[in-house]
Design a binder for this molecule. Structure first.
Ligand code: MG
Length: 350
């Protein structure tokens, strides 16, 4: 679904606008469980006192939200009880209470609200948080599961990146790694997307991958296999990271010992506010922190990038994987994330 017409609703001092938009992927994207060529999103604009904040909900189909469910959720939200965007905590607690789940829809409001706050303070959000943009780790670039020929082509296209993320979890894992290693020595991280089902085989693979300079393993086994994931984490020579197994702040404490770290994504955790809390709680628990994304425009990617100085690994390639980004924001140059020195989340319309 694609529409140039914005749905608009006035709620006291705030006006919320939203419209569905379909992201066109530059390559067919295949992971352990599915393939696809588009990603549905809903773009939002929240206006307060003439200032417009931009937001976005991205809904990869496996997470259960759709353009329809996001727009239904946004139709239920009513901010007329709030007088100021600086009531941020109250506003976002209210938004979270409107319905269960709907985390991407909630993120679309959270991001737009943070954009307004930054614009009212006339500062980029990373500065408001006191974060040093020079501390952002090099972002990885994702190579989906593919044929040998296509993998070589994608790796050649990814020449600027200092780290590549490889999707594993099918019976082609060793072929994929060997193919990449035949063309580049750049460090890799591996995302198994719950594809391995046996802990001994997973451990064997983790040693095999370490020998080939794979630096961590994301969601090696199904999230329900808690004891097996904990066993693997204890024995693996490389860190393990929870992705599907870690959605929101409340999940983090129980993951200590099950994984080495967590992958935080705005669309899983309702946005920037909770994402920052998750990073801080994970740090306090001595866990590693990765910051990831869905396929998203530069809107949600630039919002996530504001907290990237806090993390060990950044995987913020979502806007690079699409051909019809309508915003300009965080840029990737020589594999490094460059944050624009613009207020809020730092994006402009192209
Ligand atoms: Mg993942």
């Amino acid at each position: 679904m694609n529409s140039n017409d914005w749905f608009s609703k006035k709620m006291g001092k705030f006006t919320l606008r939203f419209r569905p938009y379909t992201l066109e992927l530059r390559h067919v994207f295949t992971v352990a469980s599915f393939s696809r060529t588009t990603t549905p999103v809903v773009l939002t604009e929240l206006e307060y006192d003439g200032i417009v904040g931009y937001g976005e909900a991205s809904m990869p189909p496996y997470l259960g939200e759709s353009q329809e469910s996001v727009m239904n959720f946004l139709n239920k939200v009513d901010l007329s009880a709030f007088n100021s965007p600086f009531q941020t905590a109250e506003i976002l607690e209210y938004v979270d209470s409107v319905d269960l789940k709907n985390t991407a829809a909630k993120a679309a409001i959270d991001i737009a609200l943070h954009d307004i706050l930054g614009k009212l303070m006339n500062q980029p959000f990373f500065k408001i948080w006191g974060l040093n943009p020079n501390l952002i780790p090099a972002t990885s670039y994702t190579i989906g599961i593919d044929t040998e020929e296509m993998i070589r082509k994608k790796v050649a296209e990814a020449e600027q990146f200092k780290i590549l993320k490889v999707k594993l979890g099918l019976d082609t894992d060793k072929m994929i790694i060997d193919t990449i290693r035949s063309v580049t020595d750049v460090p890799l991280c591996a995302d198994v997307n719950q594809g391995w089902k046996n802990k001994e085989e997973a451990l064997e693979m983790s040693h095999w991958l370490k020998e080939r300079n794979v630096v961590f393993l994301e969601q090696p086994m199904p999230k329900e296999m808690i004891d097996e994931n904990a066993w693997l984490t204890e024995h693996s020579p490389i860190p393990t990271i929870a992705d599907e197994g870690c959605q929101r702040l409340i999940d983090v404490p129980a993951l200590q010992g099950v994984y080495t770290g967590i992958n935080i994504k705005l669309m899983k955790c309702t946005g920037m506010r909770e994402a920052k809390q998750m990073a801080e709680v994970a740090r306090a628990l001595d866990m590693k922190v990765m910051l990831g994304c869905m396929t998203e425009t530069s809107c949600a990617i630039s919002a996530a990038s504001q907290l990237a100085p806090l993390v060990d690994w950044a995987d913020l390639d979502g806007a690079l994987l699409i051909g019809n980004d309508i915003y300009e924001g965080m840029q990737v140059k020589d594999g490094l994330c460059i944050l624009p020195d613009r207020p809020g989340i730092g994006i402009i319309k192209k």
